[in-house]
Design a protein around this ligand. Structure first.
Ligand SMILES: [Zn+2]
Length: 177
């Protein structure tokens, strides 16, 4: 079972390498990332979060109580458009357990990516999906919530994170009581 890389870790601040679509390992990596995403209750996971510095993301923003799983594997995803109002909302991250951080992002995003068979796709959305696409693609450029929020929110987030770590926060926790 793969483990989630937790901040601070230099892996989370590296610009990831493009995936080679002929790489047979990608399929296995994607599979274990999907598993890890659901196991930890996330709606997205990027390869650097499991210790692999490659441009690979898995997301599922349609999870409900039915238990139905529709993960999307995104190889070499690129945000090609963002638009709409810039909205600030609390985000969580499996690599920064125990806290949530207010992050301002355009509400709509469109991303282009390849599937594991090398076919090119586009996905677009606002709300959770739009936010998740931007959050996960940030990971591929070494940008975590700490780098994406305002300097003021960053100070608060770092202080909260220190407390959360001391309290033993686990990936998937967005608050520690
Ligand atoms: Zn994250």
């Amino acid at each position: 079972m793969i483990t989630i890389v937790e901040s601070p870790n230099p892996l989370l601040n590296q610009v990831c390498d493009p995936c080679d679509l002929a790489d047979r390992e990608l399929r296995r990596l994607a599979k274990s990332m999907v598993k890890a995403m659901y196991k930890n209750g996330g709606c997205g996971l990027a390869a650097p979060q499991v210790g692999v510095s490659k441009r690979l993301v898995v997301i599922d923003c349609d999870q409900d109580d039915s238990g139905e799983q529709n993960p999307i594997v995104m190889v070499n995803p690129v945000i090609v458009e963002t638009s709409g109002e810039v909205v600030t909302e609390e985000e969580g991250c499996l690599s920064i357990p125990g806290i949530s951080v207010p992050i301002a992002r355009p509400e709509y995003a469109r991303a282009r990516f390849f599937d594991l068979d090398g076919e090119e796709w586009e996905i677009e959305g606002d709300g959770l999906l739009g936010r998740c696409l931007q959050h996960e693609c940030d990971h591929l450029d070494g940008i975590t919530m700490f780098e994406r929020c305002t300097p003021q929110a960053r100070l608060q987030a770092l202080a909260d994170y220190e407390q959360a770590q001391a309290a033993g926060a686990k990936p998937g926790d967005t608050s520690v009581s």
